[in-house]
Design a protein around this ligand. Structure first.
Ligand code: F6R
Length: 607
């Protein structure tokens, strides 16, 4: 999703902004641009493609190092194709204002039509160009830019994080947020505004998380945060960020994704710290909430798959009935039968996913308990949920989610054990034996990962030419089959589908032939005989099979891949890195941009 950074300070601003944009690259983008004022003019430089293309253009621009206030943007196309005329910043017709924007102004067509009637012309297809001209229009009757800015925003419907610059006051930036992330960084003699903290983390750790409906006016030496509704002062306590850029670097791995896959043992160890004590699970964040009568888990993509997996544990250990829903469906359900004792759990790595946030708000309107499971501290979901459990996976930079899923699965397992204790639905012995395995998990995985990586590399070379893939699993392995297929398609662009193995004969098996391989999750559990039957059915149609197995499983397949044996549901923690590594190696072998797959964004802050 688009990335924004604005800077006012004492350093050459354009290099600060370019570096900030580089640290926001993980959000995904297809063009980039910067704006700064010099000699009474606003200069806007934009380029399609990667930041290097923008830097190339800036190299031919004079005086770039002289300015100490600038703003920049990486665009992920929503309104209009990813071409230069649609790249940000956008200027008002009179050339006095420039704006960068993340989000979607829903009523921009209406506003655009009214502005065209007044003689405005538009050179892009964006809603942003409409908004900046609306501000210019308000400024005709309201010369104070802050008031004109607020008046225009009050007319706009939808989601936005915006930053605005005025050629008359080149050291001042204005920014505002509504349902899209925007964070203010407080430095010494310099201030920042950005979509995410890494953009300015080398300069300051002191931040303010802006709320929806707030405007900030900032210069090098000061700032004020105001309410959009009446421009009254908003009060905020600055927070100090503890993590550093080191945590967000590649640490010698070829890609962030590989590093993040290999971080999973550490993620599990960190997630258990302080949450398990003397054979019991401590989730203090949940102590004040009742055990739900029924739990709705709502999420998107990989986080949704975590929820599907977690359902098995929550129902089995805590005996809480669970319904798992895709957020973009949940938010538009015509009938939502939520009852007083129900709880909605929203899962989101970024905490900013627009559909998940909307689902959270709908749940809150229904008056049910709303719990968030998030990775990003201070994100919108974390702030708006009634209670939040942090997954503590650390910054996830690669666009494809890996360690976040592992951390979500761990927290769901801990929740199931915690509610199981509160409901007395699980024996103490059973709880202790699960915890004993969880505590050994970081070591088991850390030892197994190098070998798994090697095997993934071998198999990827053998199967990378396939154009289609099935992933099959049953029970708690079915969500992992879905996740395996999602990872393969998003990274390598090979079409892949995850299926509940028993569904194959109801249609999909018709596709099987020697060019269409199947990845079967065949673990040693009660469902193994059923999975093996499905595997044999695929082979009977000359389908090639990779069987992911653990000790005790004796199957015939084109390729058998042994992973460590872990009991029951916890076996999933070994399946997950295997499917992640297979996709990673396949995509890398095919020369794809692993950390930033085409068309994808890390944080999906629009519908
Ligand atoms: C897949 C992936 C996406 C996200 C989804 C939800 O690798 O990363 O499917 O899982 O966009 O994002 P969050 O968890 O941030 O709400």
């Amino acid at each position: 999703m688009c990335g924004i950074i604005g800077y006012a300070g004492h350093r050459p601003a354009v290099p600060v902004v370019i570096e900030g944009l580089r640290r926001l690259e993980y959000r995904g983008y297809d063009s980039a641009g910067v704006a700064f004022a010099r000699q009474g003019h606003l200069h806007v430089v934009r380029a399609t493609g990667k930041l290097a293309a923008l830097e190339e253009k800036l190299a031919h621009e004079g005086g770039v190092t002289m300015t100490t206030c600038a703003m920049g943007h990486t665009r992920w196309a929503t309104h209009g194709a990813p071409v230069e005329r649609n790249a940000h910043p956008h200027c008002s017709n009179d050339g006095t204002l420039a704006m960068v924007h993340n989000g979607i102004i829903e009523n921009f067509q209406e506003i655009k039509a009214a502005l065209i009637d007044k003689g405005y012309v538009f050179s892009s297809e964006t809603d942003t160009e409409v908004l900046v001209n609306l501000i210019a229009e308000h400024r005709k009757t309201e010369p104070d830019l802050l008031h004109a800015f607020a008046a225009a925003l009050r007319e706009a419907r939808g989601a936005y994080a915006v930053c605005l610059m005025d050629k008359e006051n080149p050291g001042v930036l204005y920014a505002a947020r509504m349902s899209a992330p925007l964070i203010f960084g407080i430095g010494t003699g310099e201030n920042f505004i950005a979509s995410d903290i890494p953009a300015f983390l080398p300069y300051t750790r002191k931040v303010l998380f802006l709320e929806d409906g707030e405007i900030v006016r900032l210069t090098a030496s000061g700032f004020e945060v105001l309410q959009l509704a009446d421009l009254s002062l908003a009060t905020h306590e600055p927070q100090v960020i503890q993590w550093d850029m080191q945590a967000a670097q590649k640490s010698g791995y070829r890609h962030f994704m590989l590093k993040e896959i290999f971080e999973q043992p550490r993620v599990i160890a960190d997630g258990l710290t302080g949450r398990v004590s003397h054979g019991d699970v401590l989730l203090r964040e949940l102590d004040a909430l009742p055990v739900p009568r029924r739990l709705y888990i709502v999420a998107c993509g990989t986080s949704y798959h975590s929820g599907l997996w977690g359902r098995h544990l929550l129902e089995h250990w805590a005996k809480v009935p669970v319904q798992v829903e895709i957020a973009s469906e949940f938010r538009y359900r015509d009938t939502l039968l939520l009852e007083k004792d129900d709880m909605v759990l929203v899962i989101s790595q970024s905490g900013e996913t627009a559909d998940t946030l909307a689902a959270l708000r709908i749940a809150r309107e229904h008056g049910v308990h709303v719990l968030g499971l998030c990775n990003v501290v201070g994100s919108s979901i974390a702030r708006e949920a009634q209670a939040v459990l942090y997954t503590q996976a650390g910054p996830e930079i690669s666009v494809a989610s890996t360690k976040a899923m592992c951390s979500q699965m761990l927290m769901l397992a801990l929740m199931a054990l915690y509610w199981g204790r509160r409901k007395d639905s699980m024996t103490m012995e059973d709880r202790h034996s699960v915890l004993a395995v969880l505590e050994k998990l970081p070591n088991v995985l850390a030892e197994a990962l190098p070998e798994m990586h090697k095997r993934a590399r071998e198999l990827s070379r053998k199967y990378a030419q396939a154009r289609n893939f099935f992933y099959l699993g049953r029970g708690h392995c079915y969500p992992l089959a879905l996740e395996g297929a999602l990872k393969l398609k998003e990274l390598s662009y090979i079409h892949a589908e995850g299926y509940a193995a028993g569904e194959m004969k109801h249609g999909p098996i018709a596709l099987i032939d020697p060019t269409f391989p199947t990845f079967v999750l065949a673990l040693d559990d009660d469902l193994l005989p059923k999975v093996v039957s499905n595997l044999v059915e695929v082979q009977a149609r000359q389908g090639r099979v990779i069987a992911l197995v653990n000790d005790g499983v004796d199957v015939k397949a084109d390729d058998v891949w042994n992973i460590p044996s872990l009991p029951g549901f916890l076996a999933a923690f070994a399946v997950l890195p295997a499917v992640q590594l297979f996709s990673y190696e396949t995509a890398d072998y095919l020369g794809k941009d692993v950390d930033q797959p085409r068309n994808l964004a890390k944080s999906v802050t629009v519908e």
